[in-house]
Design a protein around this ligand. Structure first.
Ligand SMILES: Cc1cc2nc3c(=O)[nH]c(=O)nc-3n(C[C@H](O)[C@H](O)[C@H](O)COP(=O)(O)OP(=O)(O)OC[C@H]3O[C@@H](n4cnc5c(N)ncnc54)[C@H](O)[C@@H]3O)c2cc1C
Length: 395
């Protein structure tokens, strides 16, 4: 058989979006129960492991899918259409993986990346700390050094998937730090730690993210520092900040576009045509407004991703401003999409838990977007950044 004929008969290898479709199908099947119980979506995590998507950003040389940020965004949007908690779990894991790929030393990369690629390591993120809130670039708890090991004792008030993670990337003050911004990022495998659940998780939305508080205690070999000791600021600027804002926004956009699609499908159905007046100017205006918000966030997401791919220095004010604008805008507009849609379809189809449109859960989940690294905090930072760019350079 010729190569061309073989290519026609063999199934095409599944790309990240198709793999994400498999995860989305599993997530959708179990979403209502995990939302109801505030329990972690173990079935979707198993599918993320089985599809290889946990290794999406792991280079092929380490056994991963060798994907890029566009693949991550496509997959997060796809999964977000089914379940925002699962999309955030996936996007935040990929953010951690990108930090390891870009900044870990050769020994840690060689030990960890093949495990992630094989689906054996799901990474959780530990940056938030009681007392400092979400402020990314500072820490309070300090690393100690004992017999060459790094000693970790860290309370973490909110850790998505912490009870199910195989490893953690943790921010702490570097040993002997003289100021709160001398932050180190360390990798800790679960079996190197005593992980103690320290509270319950009963939020309004994002219930399936199971982001409960933990205490982490243990000893780590010195090579498990990611980047330079005290050098987390660089990782925050190059990886954590950009991929958080891009990955979260993609997840929110997925949920908003999934909600819009659900409503449009309802309206176009036989029952929907009987129940709703599709000539109503109010209804049409609300649908138009929801679509406008979705398209605007999508355009901003893609433009920001392009800037991140091409920028030679992401710490420049105009790049930081764009990344913050994406996060703030996506948080506000995606939430507003679902608000529009609830007004459009009303109480029975918009406000009840068991409505097939799923708007009630989408609204509760999307309410977290403005809080997940506070929009207020970002606006304040943006004011300072704006003063550093008096020419208002847009490109
Ligand atoms: C669903 C979900 C999952 C999460 N998962 C994780 C996780 O896995 N790991 C992790 O480490 N964290 C996680 N977080 C935490 C998140 O990343 C933020 O850090 C956290 O929500 C911020 O906490 P906060 O609102 O208490 O604190 P802050 O960000 O300190 O804000 C508290 C409030 O104070 C005000 N405020 C505080 N400081 C300023 C300022 N400088 N300027 C202006 N206003 C200010 C704001 O109005 C803000 O709403 C998660 C959050 C959510 C919602």
């Amino acid at each position: 058989m010729s190569d061309a004929a073989a290519a026609l008969t063999e199934p095409a290898p599944a790309g990240p979006t198709a793999l994400a479709g498999r995860v989305a199908a599993v997530a959708a099947e179990h979403a209502a129960r995990h939302d109801q119980e505030a329990s972690f979506p173990v079935e979707a995590l198993a599918e993320l492991r089985a599809t290889g998507l946990l290794g999406l950003l792991v280079p092929a040389g380490h056994g991963g899918l060798g994907g890029d940020v566009t693949d991550l965004l496509d997959a997060a949007i796809r999964i977000g259409r089914a379940d925002m908690s699962v999309a955030m779990i996936f996007a935040m894991h990929c953010q951690q993986v990108a930090a390891v790929v870009g900044h870990a030393g050769p020994q840690l990369r060689a030990e960890l990346l093949p495990e992630i690629a094989a689906g054996r390591v799901y990474l959780a993120s530990v940056t938030t700390e009681a007392g400092k809130g979400g402020h990314l670039r500072t820490a309070q708890a300090g690393l100690e050094v004992s017999d060459g090991d790094l000693v970790v004792d860290r309370f973490a008030p909110i850790v998505t998937g912490g009870a199910h993670a195989d490893g953690f990337l943790v921010t702490m003050l570097r040993p002997g730090a003289g100021s709160p911004n001398q932050v180190s990022l360390v990798y800790a495998h679960r079996d190197q730690l005593t992980v103690t659940a320290s509270g319950d998780w009963q939020p309004m939305g994002m219930r399936a993210s199971h982001s409960a508080p933990l205490r982490l205690e243990g000893r780590l070999p010195g090579h498990q520092v990611v980047g330079e000791h005290g050098g987390f600021g660089r990782i925050a600027a190059e990886v954590f900040g950009p991929l958080a804002h891009l990955g979260w926004s993609a997840s929110w956009l997925g949920t908003a576009s999934g909600a819009l699609s659900g409503v449009l499908t309802l309206l176009r159905s036989k029952d929907g045509r009987q129940r709703f007046n599709l000539d109503s100017e109010l209804l049409l205006s609300r649908l138009g407004s929801a679509r406008q918000r979705v398209d605007a966030v999508h355009a901003l997401l893609r433009q920001t991703a392009q800037r991140v791919a091409e920028a030679d220095d992401l710490s420049r004010p105009r790049n930081q401003l764009l990344l913050n604008t994406l996060k703030i805008t996506a948080a506000e507009q995606c939430h507003a999409v679902v608000e529009d849609l609830i007004d459009a379809v009303g109480l029975q189809h918009g406000y009840l838990k068991d409505s097939p449109t799923g708007l009630e859960r989408a609204l509760r989940d999307l309410r977290s977007a403005a809080l997940n690294y506070s929009n207020d905090r970002l606006r304040l930072a943006d004011g300072r950044l704006a003063l550093l760019d008096p020419e208002v350079r847009l490109a």
